[in-house]
Design a protein around this ligand. Structure first.
Ligand code: COA
Length: 260
């Protein structure tokens, strides 16, 4: 696939998607959001790809936000459409992918950048990373899911403070808050993501996809998460991965999951 604003690289069943507008600190303009959607969709549909790693190019930024120059003169209606379209194309799309998505935060993750990282299934960060939702400093609020996902991850009080102050927290603080799972030196960040990916890849991709649906159901007020879990648990018994996983255990060998 050919892209202008991102780099799509696959190796060892991992798709690394690098947001690549370093002169704009990888800010998300319309084209970048569309390309990210296309690349993520492609990776998710490719049965050879077992984990997706999202990162930013350069040493300074993961993503410094939505591209402010694109919406500075928007009307009320255009603002609402921007948020709705972005959530559908990218943020909700990432959260609901069947393939695990790890955000490797390599610098500033601000506004839409932090929202993108929060839409990923989990996050790791380099020790120079800075995270925040500075939208109220621009007279707007987070519009790509930030007001929902930040409290889900770190709780209401901390979220309110971060959003109201428009301030940034560093990687260590993000680790203490549970916003990121691990902090590494910048040069080790991708290796750390790939190490975690290699552990994930030992497991059944079908079961992992079901687990993502069940965990996400906890954050969807239109469904009962416990009921979703029961259904997904039951469905697992009809998969070849379940047969292989249980047989391999009983035969004291490593499972070779067919992914069906
Ligand atoms: N949208 C559009 N352009 C952005 C951007 C964004 N969110 N974030 C950074 N850029 C651009 C800058 O305009 C600048 O472009 P220029 O060289 O053509 O003028 C370039 O990226 C480098 O940014 P700069 O501000 O010069 O870097 P810095 O090191 O001085 O500051 C930040 C870094 C992240 C603190 C600062 O860029 C910033 O505050 N960005 C906006 C963050 C934000 O509010 N995001 C939420 C948007 S809803």
């Amino acid at each position: 696939m050919k892209f202008e604003n991102i780099i799509y690289h696959t190796e060892n069943s991992i798709a690394t998607i690098t947001i690549n507008r370093p002169s704009k600190l990888n800010a998300l303009n319309r084209e970048t959001i569309q390309e990210l959607h296309d690349a993520l969709n492609n990776a998710d549909k490719d049965s050879d790809i077992r984990v997706i790693v999202l990162t930013g190019s350069g040493e300074k930024a993961f993503v410094a936000g939505a591209d402010i120059s694109e919406f500075a003169d928007f009307s009320v209606d255009e603002g609402e459409k921007l948020a709705a379209k972005g959530q559908e194309l990218l943020f909700d799309f990432v959260a609901n992918l069947s393939t695990p998505v790890i955000a490797a935060i390599n610098g500033f993750a601000l506004g839409g950048g932090l929202e993108l990282a929060m839409a990923a299934h989990f996050r790791i960060a380099s020790d120079n990373a800075k995270m925040g939702l500075p939208e109220v400093s621009l007279g707007v609020i987070p519009g790509y899911g930030g007001t929902q996902r930040l409290p889900q991850l770190i709780g209401k009080g901390r979220s309110m403070e971060m959003i109201m102050t428009a301030g940034m927290i560093d990687a260590q603080q993000a680790l203490e808050y549970g916003l990121v799972n691990h902090v590494t030196a910048q040069e080790d960040l991708l290796d750390r993501a790939y190490k975690i990916a290699s552990k994930i890849m030992k497991n059944s991709p079908v079961a992992i996809a079901a687990a993502i649906r069940a965990v996400n159901a906890n954050y969807d007020s239109s469904v009962n998460g416990f009921e979703v879990e029961i259904k997904e648990f039951g469905k697992a018994f009809g998969t070849e991965d379940f047969t292989e996983g249980t047989q391999a255990f009983l035969q004291k060998r490593k499972a070779e999951f067919p992914g069906r």
